[in-house]
Design a protein around this ligand. Structure first.
Ligand code: GLN
Length: 525
C-alpha cells in the first residue's frame, strides 16, 4: 500500500491506486487493442482485398490516422465545456464499436490487378464510413479517458506519475496483444473476423467502463448537468444535440477521407501531386496554431516564460517529424514484412501485421528502464535537456531506418530479409520513442505557462496528427508496382529507408546544434 496517499486514502483503492485507474486502464487498453489491431491490418487490407495502389493505401492510412489524432482536440473541448468526461467516453466508445463492426463488412474482394482493380464500390463506401466513425469515436474517447486518470489524484498526490505509467502500460498491452491476435485472424482467417474481433473487445471494454463508473467518484461528471438538459434546438436538449452533431461530423469526415484536390495547372507547386483534403486542412490548422502562438508571445508574458514557450513550440514541431518517420511502421515496414521477409522464427511463421507487435513489446520492456535511467543520469548531471532528448530521439529513429536499409540491401540466400533485422530496428526506434513520447507530455505540463497548458496539450496531439499525415505522404515514396519482383521491391524499400535515415539523422544533428541556443533562451530573463 502506498505510504503517502492524501485525499482519497483508504477508500475505494486497489493495490495503492484508486480503483477508477483500473477502470480507465481497461477501457483504454481495449480501445487501443481495437485501434492498433485495425491499424496493423489496414494497409494490407486496402492493397490486398480492395486492391488499392500502394500510394492510395499509404495516403488513406495517413489521412485516417491523422484525423483520429486531430479530433481529440474537439472531443476534449466538448467534454470540458458540456458533456463531462464520462459521457464523452461512453459516446466515443459507442461510435468506435459501430465503426469497428462496420469494418467487419468487407463485401467482395476486388478483381484485376492492384491499383487498377474492379472494386466493390458499396463495401469501399461502408469502409470509409466505418473509418470516419472510428476517427470521431477516438476523438471523444482518447483525450477524456486520460483526463479522468489525472482527476483521480489530488493535485500534489505523489502517486500521479506512477498512475500515468500504469495507464501507458495499458495502452501498450492492448496494442501488443491485438497486433498478435487481430492481425493473425485478419490475415489468416478473414479480414472481417479481425476487424470484428476488435469491435467485440471494444464493446466489452465499454461495458466494463459503464459498470465501473461509480469508481470514478463523480470526477468525470459534466460541469453543469442542468445545462445539458436545456432544450436548445428543435426540441433537442444540449446533450442530444452534441450526440447528433457527432454523427454529422462523422458524415463530414466520411467525405473528407476520400476527397482529393487537383490543382490543375498549379499542380507543379505541389510536386505534380493531387493533395488530400486532409493535408490541406492540416496546413491551415498548422498555420493557425503558429499565429495563435505568436499572438500569445506578445500578450505580456515575461521573457523567461517566452523562452520556455518557444522551446516547447520547437519541441512540438519536431515531434511531427518524429511521428512522420515513426509511423512508417504501419505502412512500408508492414509492406516489406509482407512482401520480402522471412518471418519464421522458433518454428512459427508470424504474419506481416503481427510484426507491429514489437513496437508495443519494446515500450513495455523499456518503460521501467527509462523510469530508472533519467533520475540516475540526473544525479551525475548527464540528464539531457528536453531538446537534447528530442535530438536523441530523431537520431535513434534515423538509426532504426539504417538497420532496415542495411537489411534490404543484404537479403539472405532466399532473397528475403530476416525478421531479426526488424526486431532490431523496432528496438532502436522505441529507444527513440522513450526519449520523446512520455518526455513530451511532461515537457508540455512543465514548460507551458499555466493558462495555455490545455491548448499546448491539444497542439501536442495535433502535431501527432500532422505526423500521421506526413507519414502517409512519405510512405508514397515506397510505392512498389504490383508486378515487381522481391529484389525490385527490396531495392525500393532500401532506397526509401536510406532517405528516411538521413532525414532522421540530419534533423537530430540540427536539433543538437540548436540545443545550446534553446537552453539559453530558457535561462535568460
Ligand atoms: N502510442 C501512444 C498512444 O497510442 C502515443 C501516440 C502519439 O502520441 N502519437 O497513445
Amino acid at each position: 500500500m502506498s505510504t503517502a496517499a492524501p485525499a482519497l486514502s483508504g477508500q475505494d483503492e486497489f493495490l495503492g491506486h484508486p480503483k477508477g485507474l483500473y477502470v480507465c486502464f481497461l477501457t483504454e487498453m481495449w480501445e487501443r487493442f481495437a485501434f492498433y489491431g485495425m491499424k496493423a491490418l489496414l494497409f494490407l487490407y486496402l492493397t490486398k482485398h480492395h486492391l488499392f495502389s500502394d500510394t492510395d493505401g499509404y495516403l488513406l492510412l495517413g489521412t485516417y490516422a491523422g484525423l483520429a489524432y486531430a479530433l481529440p482536440l474537439l472531443g476534449g473541448i466538448l467534454a470540458d465545456k458540456y458533456l463531462g468526461m464520462r459521457k464523452a467516453v461512453v459516446y466515443g466508445g459507442i461510435l468506435l464499436v459501430l465503426g469497428q463492426l462496420g469494418m467487419a463488412y468487407t463485401g467482395h474482394a476486388a478483381s484485376g490487378i492492384q491499383g487498377d482493380g474492379q472494386q466493390d464500390g458499396f463495401a469501399v463506401q461502408v469502409m470509409y464510413a466505418a473509418l470516419a466513425l472510428i476517427a470521431v469515436g477516438v476523438g471523444f474517447l482518447k483525450p477524456n479517458i486520460s483526463t479522468i486518470v489525472g482527476r483521480l489524484y489530488a493535485d500534489k498526490d505523489p502517486r500521479r506519475d506512477s498512475g500515468f505509467t500504469i495507464f501507458y502500460m495499458g495502452i501498450n498491452i492492448g496494442a501488443f496483444i491485438s497486433s498478435l491476435i487481430v492481425a493473425y485472424i485478419g490475415e489468416k482467417i478473414g479480414w472481417g473476423y479481425g476487424f470484428g474481433l476488435a469491435g467485440v473487445m471494444m464493446a466489452l471494454g465499454l461495458v466494463q467502463f459503464v459498470l465501473g463508473r461509480k469508481h470514478l467518484l463523480g470526477k468525470a461528471d459534466p460541469a453543469d448537468a442542468a445545462a445539458l438538459r436545456v432544450p436548445v434546438f428543435a426540441g433537442l436538449n444540449r446533450e442530444w444535440l452534441i450526440y447528433l452533431s457527432g454523427l454529422v461530423l462523422a458524415a463530414v469526415v466520411w467525405l473528407v477521407l476520400q476527397t482529393r484536390i487537383d490543382f490543375g495547372p498549379l499542380s507543379s507547386l505541389v510536386g505534380g501531386h493531387e493533395v488530400t483534403l486532409t493535408e490541406l486542412v492540416a496546413v491551415v490548422l498548422g498555420a493557425a496554431v503558429y499565429i495563435w502562438f505568436i499572438r500569445l508571445m506578445f500578450s505580456g508574458i515575461s521573457p523567461a516564460e517566452k523562452g520556455r514557450m518557444i522551446m516547447l513550440m520547437v519541441l512540438i514541431t519536431v515531434s511531427a517529424l518524429f511521428w512522420g518517420l515513426y509511423e512508417q511502421t504501419y505502412g512500408p515496414w508492414v509492406a516489406m514484412a509482407d512482401r520480402a521477409m522471412d518471418r519464421t522464427t522458433f518454428g512459427i511463421e508470424w504474419t506481416a501485421g503481427q510484426t507491429t507487435a514489437f513496437g508495443a513489446l519494446f515500450v513495455i520492456a523499456f518503460s521501467p528502464l527509462f523510469a530508472w535511467l533519467w533520475p540516475r543520469l540526473d544525479k551525475v548531471r548527464l540528464n539531457p535537456s528536453y531538446p537534447g532528448k528530442f535530438a536523441w530521439a530523431l537520431v535513434l529513429c534515423g538509426l532504426a531506418f539504417a538497420v532496415l536499409a542495411y537489411a534490404a540491401a543484404n537479403p539472405g540466400s532466399s532473397g528475403m530479409v530476416s525478421l531479426w533485422w526488424m526486431v532490431l530496428a523496432y528496438a532502436v526506434l522505441v529507444l527513440g520513442e522513450m526519449a520523446l513520447s512520455p518526455v513530451g507530455l511532461s515537457a508540455v505540463t512543465s514548460l507551458s505557462i499555466p493558462r495555455a497548458v490545455g491548448m499546448m496539450m491539444g497542439a501536442w496531439f495535433l502535431f501527432s496528427a500532422f505526423g500521421e499525415i506526413i507519414a502517409g505522404r512519405m510512405g508514397t515514396w515506397a510505392q512498389v508496382p504490383p508486378e515487381a519482383s522481391m529484389a525490385e521491391a527490396l531495392a525500393v524499400y532500401g532506397s526509401v529507408f536510406t532517405k528516411m535515415m538521413w532525414i532522421g539523422l540530419a534533423a537530430g544533428v540540427l536539433l543538437f546544434l540548436l540545443t545550446p541556443l534553446l537552453k539559453r533562451l530558457t535561462r535568460e530573463g
